[in-house]
Design a protein around this ligand. Structure first.
Ligand code: 8LK
Length: 247
């Protein structure tokens, strides 16, 4: 008799714990922002894209933390990486990975989070390129990869949509030269060409690495006047999905 009562209580307990777990899951799903990562080559117009969406108070826009990369406790890691890549690529990419992780896990009350690049492009495009060019030694690339594997398995990095600003290397090379960032003055055309190839294989042909979410591809070769119109076409995707996700 008592045994049966205990069993009953245990069963009920399990039921309540399950219910609570389901509620917690539903609640965390509800409060997690719909997360969009904006990807593409250097100079493809990510900043213009993000600026277009900054006007909405319900979208949290996280630009690439380039100021941090230029000033890590007084050290310009971006500058070091371009001026002596063999010596500094590991240091720079380790810091990029940390700052990207920070953006991925940053809480926001907004229903939509829009991030410029991600821990994925850090690993699949930039680290991959440096590894292939032997700017990162095999042991250094292995350490970055171990961190990447651990972080993507054990931290809440959620991506719901990837916007790929697809451009040709010729167009982005011209834009990069025009914007005249001091660190980027020595970047050769071939560098952009192979970064382009890595983005294509990852996001367009999907033959390299894994795609963490659905990809929307935009023509980023358009000049800056007509590109806003192109961005406008994608606004409903970001809004609708964001609203769906928060309901
Ligand atoms: O995007 C700003 C500059 O930083 C540009 O010159 C490319 C460089 N960069 C890099 O070398 N590695 C990176 C990123 C940017 C962004 C990620 C995620 N990894």
């Amino acid at each position: 008799m008592i045994r049966r009562a205990i069993n009953n209580l245990l069963l009920r307990g399990k039921y309540i714990v399950n219910m609570a777990n389901n509620l917690i899951c539903a609640e965390s799903k509800k409060s997690r922002p719909f997360t969009v990562i904006v990807e593409g080559n250097i100079g493809c117009g990510k900043t213009t894209f993000l600026n277009y969406f900054k006007k909405h108070k319900n979208i949290c826009v996280l630009s690439e933390p380039i100021d941090l990369w230029r000033d890590c406790k007084g050290h310009n890691l971006l500058g070091h990486m371009y001026s002596d890549p063999k010596k500094w690529s590991f240091t720079f990419q380790s810091y990029v990975q940390l700052t990207m992780l920070n953006h991925h896990v940053l809480p926001t009350p907004c229903p939509v989070k829009l991030m410029e690049r991600s821990i994925y492009s850090a690993r699949y495009c930039f680290v991959e390129k440096m590894k292939r060019d032997e700017l990162l030694s095999k042991p250094s690339a292995a350490v970055i990869d171990e961190w990447f594997q651990w972080l993507t398995k054990n931290t809440p990095i959620n991506v719901d949509l990837i916007v790929y600003l697809r451009s040709s290397p010729e167009v982005v090379y011209r834009r990069m030269m025009e914007r005249n960032r001091s660190e980027e003055k020595s970047v050769p055309f071939e560098y952009l060409e192979s970064l382009h190839q890595l983005h294509e294989e990852w996001l367009y042909y999907k033959t390299l690495h894994h795609c963490p979410a659905r990809v929307l591809t935009l023509d980023a070769n358009l000049d800056l006047e007509s590109i806003e119109e192109e961005y406008g076409k994608f606004e409903p995707h970001i809004w609708n999905l964001g609203i769906l996700n928060s309901n």
